[in-house]
Design a protein around this ligand. Structure first.
Ligand SMILES: [Zn+2]
Length: 457
C-alpha cells in the first residue's frame, strides 16, 4: 500500500523528487574542492542537509520544493565560521579600549567580570552576540567563556551552531572557584550536550599563563576521554612568549607539546608568536588555529605569519575574538577584509593573501580548523544546510567581476539577507526569526548602566 502511494506521488511530481526547500541565486559560491562558482545556481535542502547543488534549471527540473527562496540578485554562500570569540562579553562592548592586553585583562576585564558576570549576564550577552552573528552571516562560532551551558542554551535559542568551550582558569571566577570544580562542571556539560545537533561542547583552559600544568593536562585528558575539543589562547603576545621562554625555557607551543596538551582535537586562538618549530608541532598535531586580525591589531599583539601557516597545511580559520576590548564586534565580513590586507601590508606583497583565500579561511578552512569539514564549510551534497545569501543590489556591490573580491573587499555584514543553519531559516530578509530582539536590546541598555556603576566604585 505504501509503495503504491509513493508511486502515485512521484508520478504526480513528474519524476521531481520532493525536498523541503529550493534556494536560487545569481551566484552559488560552493567552496567545494573545485571551488565551483555556479552562475544562476540553486541548491535543494531537506531536513538538516543539502540534497543537491547545481544550475537553477537542473535543480528546478529534478526537485519539487515545499518552499522557495529566490534571490536573483544575491550570492548564496556557505555560512561563515567564527573560530574564536567570547560571545557574552558583548555586554562589555567598548568598556575599556586602547590599552595593552595585560592592563586590559587585569585592571578592567577580570574585575568587571568578577562584579557582573553570572548566569543571567551570560544568557543575555550570548543572545545579543548570537543575534549580531546571525544577522552578519555567521552560522558557526567557537566560544570560550563562563557558564558555558547557558551559552549553549542561548545559542540553540538563536539557532546557531557552536563549539562552546567551558573555561578552566587558575583563579576563582564567576562560575567555578577552582580548576577542579571547573573540570567537574565541564564533564557535566559534555554529558548534557553529548549528542546535540548544534552544540559541540569543549573544554577551554584559558592560556598557558593562567592555568597550572596539572590542570592543563587534566583538560586534555578530559577532552580525549569524551572525544571533544580543547580550545585555548596560544602565542598571542610577545609577553606570553618571553615569559614562557624565561620560566620554562620553551615557547608556549613547545611547553604544551611537552606536557601532551596538544595531543588531540585542539583549536588554538591567535598563533601570532609561533616559531618555525612551533609550526612544525602544530602541523604534526593537526591543531586548528584561529587568526584574529582585528584583535591582534587593536591590542598591538603582532601579526600572525598566516601565509607560512597556510602553506604548511595547518588549518587556520578566522576569528573575531572580543566582543569587549579586543574587538568591538563579531563581524566576520570585516575580519576577512582585514586578514587579507594585514598580510599584504606586513609582507609588502599585495599577492600575499588573496580574497579567495581569505574567504576560504572564513568558511572551509575554518571548518577544517574545527575538524568539522565533513559537515560544514562548503555547499556540497550531504553537508549540513548552513548557508547565507548576500545581496548585490547596492551601489557598493556593483559591478561584479569576481565574487571573492566582492565578498571580501566590498560587501558588508549588513548585506547579509538570509541565514539558514542546520536546515532552519533563522534570518529572512534581514530579520531575525528565532528570537525577539526587543528584550535583548533592553537588557543591553540595562547592563550598560550596571557595568558602568560597578566600575565607578
Ligand atoms: Zn580570546
Amino acid at each position: 500500500m505504501r509503495l503504491f502511494y509513493s508511486l502515485i506521488l512521484s508520478v504526480a511530481a513528474v519524476n521531481a523528487a520532493a525536498v523541503d526547500s529550493i534556494w536560487t541565486a545569481r551566484y552559488v559560491v560552493t567552496m567545494d574542492a573545485q571551488r565551483r562558482v555556479i552562475e544562476n545556481g540553486a541548491i535543494a535542502v531537506t531536513g538538516d542537509h543539502i540534497v543537491a547543488v547545481g544550475k537553477r534549471a537542473e535543480i528546478d527540473r529534478d526537485y519539487q520544493a515545499k518552499q522557495r527562496v529566490d534571490r536573483p540578485d544575491a550570492i548564496l554562500a556557505p555560512g561563515l565560521i567564527n573560530t574564536h570569540t567570547h560571545a557574552a562579553m558583548s555586554l562589555f562592548r567598548g568598556v575599556a579600549d586602547d590599552m595593552n592586553l595585560q592592563d586590559w585583562l587585569n585592571n578592567f576585564i577580570f574585575p568587571a567580570e568578577a562584579k557582573n558576570v553570572n548566569r543571567e549576564f551570560v544568557q543575555w550577552g550570548t543572545r545579543l552576540a548570537c543575534m549580531e552573528m546571525a544577522l552578519s552571516g555567521t552560522t558557526t562560532y567557537t566560544d570560550m567563556y563562563y557558564f558555558e551551558d547557558a551559552v549553549a542554551y542561548a545559542t540553540k535559542e538563536v539557532g546557531l551552531r557552536g563549539v562552546l568551550g567551558q573555561t578552566v582558569i587558575g583563579f576563582p571566577v564567576s562560575d567555578y572557584k577552582t580548576p577542579g570544580e571547573a573540570l567537574a562542571g565541564t564533564e557535566k556539560f559534555f554529558k548534557e550536550f553529548a549528542n546535540d545537533p548544534l552544540i559541540v561542547p569543549a573544554v577551554a583552559p584559558h592560556a598557558i599563563y593562567t592555568v597550572a600544568n596539572e590542570d592543563l593536562k587534566a583538560c586534555r585528558m578530559l577532552a580525549n576521554r569524551y572525544n571533544k575539543p580543547l580550545v585555548i589562547h596560544l602565542a598571542e603576545t610577545k609577553h606570553e612568549n618571553d615569559e614562557s621562554l624565561e620560566k620554562r625555557g620553551k615557547t608556549p607551543t613547545a611547553a604544551l607539546e611537552a606536557m601532551g596538551v596538544l595531543d588531540g582535537w585542539t583549536v588554538a586562538a591567535h598563533g601570532v608568536w609561533l616559531s618555525d618549530s612551533d609550526m612544525a608541532i602544530l602541523k604534526a598535531r593537526n591543531t586548528g588555529l584561529a587568526h584574529c586580525p582585528s584583535s591582534n591589531m587593536k591590542l598591538a599583539s603582532g601579526v600572525a605569519r598566516v601565509v607560512q601557516i597556510l602553506a604548511l597545511g595547518i588549518p587556520m580559520g578566522l576569528g573575531t575574538d572580543g566582543v569587549a576590548g579586543s574587538n568591538n564586534d563579531v563581524d566576520m565580513m570585516e575580519e576577512m577584509d582585514l586578514a587579507a590586507k594585514l598580510q599584504k601590508v606586513t609582507t609588502m606583497d599585495p599577492t600575499a593573501l588573496p580574497a579567495e583565500t581569505a574567504f576560504a579561511m572564513a568558511t572551509i578552512i575554518g571548518a577544517k580548523a574545527l575538524r568539522m569539514d565533513s559537515m560544514i564549510g562548503s555547499i556540497e551534497k550531504g553537508k549540513r544546510a548552513d548557508i547565507i545569501t548576500v545581496r548585490l543590489d547596492q551601489p557598493h556591490a556593483v559591478p561584479i567581476y569576481n565574487v571573492y573580491s566582492q565578498l571580501v573587499y566590498a560587501l558588508k555584514a549588513s548585506d547579509v539577507t538570509d541565514v539558514m543553519v542546520n536546515g532552519r531559516v533563522i534570518v529572512r530578509g534581514k530579520k531575525i526569526l528565532t528570537i525577539d530582539p526587543g528584550p535583548v536590546m533592553a537588557k543591553a541598555a540595562e547592563y550598560q548602566e550596571k557595568v558602568k556603576r560597578s566600575l565607578a566604585k
